[in-house]
Write a protein that binds this ligand. Structure first.
Ligand code: 13P
Length: 252
């Protein structure tokens, strides 16, 4: 089933990039989009240090702000961590959870990702839940199994089209310039949609499923026009306003 009624989302994940001077890129995105009629939501996910300043700079604009992680607890003795409530308080409306870099760097298991998604919902944030297979898992023909296992264990109960976005990011495609074939992307997104509609019958066909992994201006239109691809989660190409705008304009 295609889900063309879903308003797409193009989100930029700045990862651990961006000093205060980089706020100019966000401002440039905002200025270029103001008054435009591109039928997509746009979001930037800066590092935590820039969350509140970027939220302030984007106040009243169409550019939404997301964080890159949150702790499952609302507050407490967790040095260096940031709660979903703090993310919300900083002016964000969403938070990425379970990015493969956090799963790898911080040994985040599916149950931790799920707890973080629960925290996001508790705080009134949209959880952008990331999943995706490694190169070895794809080579072994395990992609659909891996994605289904991650969905089953990482998504909490109560998922709705408003409170959750799923981002399919094959680990081997992140930052490598490699992307799966369009058939492969469509196959995985169809499996994700089937999982969502099976588990959440009333809302599963409203949840946005983003593709992420080496999305750039030259491949955005093709990837984002595939069935069940409801936008993109963009890493490196979101750091420069011109590249990010060119990807957003895939929907123009
Ligand atoms: P790249 O677009 O740099 O491959 O990163 C994708 C990603 O990990 C977004 O979360």
């Amino acid at each position: 089933m295609t889900t063309t009624h879903i308003r797409p989302l193009v989100a930029g994940n700045w990862k651990m990039n961006g000093l205060a001077a980089a706020l100019g890129e966000a401002t440039a995105v905002n200025e270029a989009l103001s008054g435009s009629t591109i039928p997509a939501d746009v979001m930037l996910c800066p590092p935590a240090t820039l969350l509140s300043r970027m939220a302030e700079a984007m106040r009243g604009s169409a550019v939404r702000i997301g964080a890159q992680d949150c702790h499952p607890a609302a507050s407490g003795a967790h040095t260096g961590d940031i709660s979903a409530e703090m993310v919300k308080d900083a002016g964000a409306s969403a938070v990425i959870v379970g990015h493969s870099e956090r799963r790898a760097d911080h040994a985040e298991l599916d149950r931790i990702v799920r707890a973080k998604a629960v925290a996001a919902h508790r705080a009134g944030l949209t959880a952008i839940v990331c999943i995706g297979e490694t190169r070895g898992e794809r080579a072994a023909g395990l992609t659909i199994d891996v994605v289904n296992r991650q969905l089953k264990s990482s998504l909490p109960d109560g998922v709705t089209g408003a409170n959750t976005v799923v981002a399919y990011e094959p680990v081997w495609a992140i930052g490598t310039g490699l992307t799966p074939s369009t058939d492969d992307v469509a196959e995985v997104h169809a499996a994700i949609r089937a999982h969502l509609t099976g588990r959440f019958p009333a809302e599963g066909d409203r949840v946005r499923i983003l593709y992420g992994g080496s999305v750039k201006p030259s491949n955005a239109k093709e990837l984002m026009s595939l069935p069940n691809v409801n936008g993109a989660l963009v890493g490196g190409a979101s750091l420069k306003a011109d590249d990010f705008l060119a990807i957003i304009r895939a929907y123009a």
